[in-house]
Ligand binder design. Structure first.
Ligand code: ZN
Length: 341
């Protein structure tokens, strides 16, 4: 299969998917299975689970903020309510919403679900990373960068699943062309490729400069709106189209590790998770080498259909403005939905 042609052939108009409906858990209205930490109020099936999730959330919040931005986050003015459904066999997923207004972010709300293991090792760090990015950037990120980067902190099993899905999407015409993907502010109708492609690209960039550089790159792109310039200045690639070709070539070669001269600082294991680096060979043509021509034929990689744990729940609605008459028009509600249909 020709990945490049498939990518280009699969455009879908993106649909606005801002959800501004909130079901805030009133602070203090915590059930018997509740637990409060400085930054979170957790409601979970049991006291022990609430405590475990709350402590893990604080640990992730600290460790991942340092990992991404170099410093811990200051304490939020109001804690983030977390509602957790935990039981064996429950599909893993989560949703986090918050509001941006005048450079501030607030009205946190997080819902997580899954087995205890997956909630603690994948769903929670993923959702906490959304809150770290919201607190750091104070504005919405491109969805590919947000979901992609958040997926890089999940358990290796989940990241491997995203890679499997990626190959399936690239060989079945569901890839998203990078110029389109970079312009997306919201989730596309066919959302799963955004997750797997976003994850793969975030991993590709992080392996070539580390997480701090990735955050600096996203910040530069957000500041200027000129993603080509941000790519050029941070990664030596002229624009999203060129990056697509280099990235596709890397995927086709099995995602080899970059040479040490281009690799970022080694990822520190986060709260018991494995480092993001996995055993790979050396790349013969790492960034910023010129993009290789895409062969007309690449062996198709057949994989059975699989469902991501981070697939979107069925429909997202856009609630008309005015649900909160006190909110200024520039307030923007963000919701990252990573739940299982
Ligand atoms: Zn997410």
């Amino acid at each position: 299969m020709n990945f490049g042609a498939l990518l280009r052939s699969r455009y879908a108009p993106c649909r606005i998917a801002i959800v501004v409906s909130f079901s805030m858990l009133p602070l203090g209205a915590v059930s018997a299975a509740g637990y409060r930490t400085p930054n979170f109020v957790v409601e979970a099936p049991t006291e022990a689970l609430a405590r475990k999730i709350g402590d893990a959330a604080e640990q992730y919040r600290h460790d991942l903020a340092v990992e991404w931005t170099g410093r811990p986050l200051p304490r939020w003015s109001s804690p983030c309510p977390i509602t957790a459904q935990v039981r064996p066999g429950l599909g893993a997923g989560g949703a986090t919403s918050f509001v941006f207004e005048k450079g501030e972010v607030f009205n946190w709300q997080m819902s997580i679900q899954g087995s205890e293991e997956r909630v603690l090792d994948s769903v929670l760090p993923h959702e906490i990373t959304h809150t770290i990015f919201a607190s750091h950037f104070r504005r919405p990120l491109p969805r590919w960068a947000d979901e992609g980067a958040c997926t890089t902190v999940e358990h290796p099993v989940e990241r491997a699943r995203q890679h499997t899905l990626l190959i399936e999407f690239l060989t079945t015409g569901r890839g998203i062309a990078f110029p389109k993907m970079f312009a997306m502010r919201e989730y596309p109708p066919d959302v799963l490729p955004l997750y797997s492609q976003g994850y793969s690209l975030a991993r590709f960039l992080i392996e070539r400069g580390g997480r701090h550089k990735f955050v600096a790159f996203v910040g530069a792109g957000l500041d200027s709106g000129d993603w080509a310039r941000a790519l050029s200045s941070h990664y030596g690639v002229s624009d999203p189209s060129s990056l697509q070709e280099v990235w596709l070539d890397w995927v086709r070669k099995g995602c080899p590790a970059p040479p040490a001269s281009l690799a970022g600082p080694p990822a520190r294991p986060v709260a018991g998770m494995q480092a993001s680096a996995t055993a790979r060979g050396q790349s013969p043509d790492p960034l910023p080498a010129p993009p290789q021509p895409v062969p007309s034929q690449t062996a198709a990689i057949a994989t059975p259909p699989r469902r991501s744990i981070y697939s979107l729940a069925a429909a997202r609605s856009r609630v008309a403005g005015g649900s909160d008459p006190t909110r200024k028009p520039e307030a923007r509600a963000e919701r990252s939905v990573d739940s299982v249909p």
